[in-house]
Design a protein around this ligand. Structure first.
Ligand code: ATR
Length: 266
């Protein structure tokens, strides 16, 4: 393998943890390469993709292009098409293929924590929620979806085979679910807000937050204080990064190295 050029297309991109995670993986395996931040304004996206096709082994795609980039690619995997979002592009001799590694990365994080299949409740209806619901439904879970904007949850539930949790039923659904996932942005850079009403938590089980800044969100702190198992937002980030690395390089992703690069040692 020659020099492997990778990067992140989005706007903004500078707070991403992906460069250190991917570069650590390449260094560990002795792969010569780099992972660059590629801030891209909307009007520059087509030209950026031509540059990727010419010079990069692949890139990640982030906000705000996970959906819109699909129309500019040569091919999109079935998973990504159903989810409606691409987060990883692989360049095969100038042919750009889109994938979604968020779904598999999320599922990996559940397996890693020995969470057994059953029922789940997902909060949110954006791109992150769609990847999570897709992964769970695909693996045979019964998934409920709740969202501030009901129409978005309704559409997601219908398209991906989940059931809709009406606002009036939310508290009851939360209390009885064995697995709760926050896929909203509530809690992002905000230690005071939780996506759940005060005092409402599952009675038993696992609480996952996809928000990783801060790592210990109010939701996870509340859940831990109530004796529930918690899985933080770095776990899905790690899972998707490992899958992307494997698609780009064909090598097995070095889990411990990548996790350490994220600043956390388990
Ligand atoms: P992502 O790609 O990260 O999923 P997104 O598509 O913007 O981002 O989705 C953000 C999610 O967080 C949505 O479910 C959004 O709810 P709406 O569909 O009602 O907009 C949810 N969200 C964001 N801010 C919220 C808030 N203050 N309260 C409740 N939900 C919120």
């Amino acid at each position: 393998m020659g020099h492997v050029k990778l990067g992140l297309v989005g706007y903004p991109v500078e707070h991403s943890l992906s460069p250190r995670m991917q570069q650590a993986a390449m260094a560990h395996l002795g792969i010569s390469g780099e992972y660059l931040l590629l801030p891209t304004k909307p009007a520059e996206l087509p030209a950026r993709l031509r540059e990727v096709a010419a010079n990069y082994a692949g890139v990640n795609v982030t906000v705000p292009y996970k959906r819109s980039v699909m129309d500019l690619l040569d091919d999109v995997s079935e998973d990504a098409r159903k989810i409606g979002a691409v987060n990883t592009i692989v360049n095969e001799d100038g042919y750009l293929r889109g994938y979604n590694t968020d779904a598999a990365g999320f599922y990996w994080s559940l397996k890693r924590h020995n969470v057994l299949p059953g029922e789940a409740l997902v909060l949110g209806a954006g791109g992150a929620a769609r990847a999570v619901v897709y992964a769970l439904v695909e693996k045979g879970w019964l998934v409920g979806v709740a969202n501030r904007t009901l129409a978005r949850a309704e559409e997601l539930a219908q398209q991906l085979g989940a059931w809709l949790v009406a606002p009036a039923k939310l508290e009851k659904a939360v209390r009885r679910t064995p697995l709760l996932i926050n896929a909203t942005s509530v809690g992002l850079e905000d230690g005071a807000s939780s996506p759940l009403p005060p005092g409402v938590l599952p009675e038993a089980g696992v609480v996952v937050d996809l928000v990783y800044s801060p790592l210990r969100t109010k939701l996870l702190a509340d859940a831990a204080a109530a004796g529930l198992e918690t899985i933080d937002g770095l776990q899905m980030l790690l899972g998707q990064g490992m899958r992307s690395f494997e698609l780009w390089t064909g090598r097995k992703a070095p889990l411990e190295v990548m996790e350490r690069a994220l600043g956390k040692v388990v």
